[in-house]
Design a protein around this ligand. Sequence first.
Ligand SMILES: C[S@@+](CC[C@H](N)C(=O)[O-])C[C@H]1O[C@@H](n2cnc3c(N)ncnc32)[C@H](O)[C@@H]1O
Length: 253
Amino acid sequence: MRLRGRKGIRESLEEQQGFVVLDPRSYKGKWSSLFGNDRPIYVEFGMGKGQFISQMSYRNPDINFIGIDMYDELIRRASEKAKLAWAEREVEYPPNLRLALANVEYAEEVFAPGELERIFLNFSDPWPKARHARRRLTHPRFLDKYCGLLNDNGEIHLKTDSQTLFEFSLNSFADYGLQMTNISLNLHREGPNEEHVMTEYETKFVGQGINIHRCEVIVGKEALSRYQKQRLDKYGLRPDKPGQPEEASSERA
Ligand SMILES: C[S@@+](CC[C@H](N)C(=O)[O-])C[C@H]1O[C@@H](n2cnc3c(N)ncnc32)[C@H](O)[C@@H]1O
């Protein structure tokens, strides 16, 4: 097999423009128009080689999916996987799927408030050392971003093999006042389930007999207003501008 250099990968991605999005910031607030409909948008942050998002898009034609990763080689591999998953339907590319090159750190520059309905975090890097906790994709600083981007039906679905990341995430969601549901410490206890779409990492870990942890988080309107009130009470933060302190009392008079 001939390995492609960086330039070759870029060229192959540029050839797939429309399906592959290399300038995701220019679609902020406009993703629905890229799909050509108003269906809900589900995003996987850190999709890797794209098995999950490809199969989810194939099985759920009434939902729009976006797979995000920060490495162009992974976007290229995911695009191949997606075309394979959709091969039977003989489409040029999956109509309800886009693959975007982006870093979750800058998610607010890529999506407008309320533009997303669901965020999947599948086997996100666990960053097991406590001093790296801020890099975990369920750190409160990321939840701040997600909560701003999700709509009134918003949910976050998390799967991981890492006990450290799972415990940290549950605490992080709870501190945020978010409701958790369908929590499992061993998702595949009952054996293979055709309904359940697996990721590459999941397939590998399940094959090694490692338990998969999963939970769903409800980020509806109520949860958000509860959270904002909590922050207001705790830190004197303004509910309309999370992260910004209230103006000095003398200026408010
Ligand atoms: C451990 S892999 C999991 C891949 C896939 N979700 C799976 O379950 O097979 C984590 C992925 O997240 C991506 N990733 C990590 N941090 C990211 C970030 N800040 N922004 C975008 N992608 C990120 C990595 O490039 C990698 O592909």
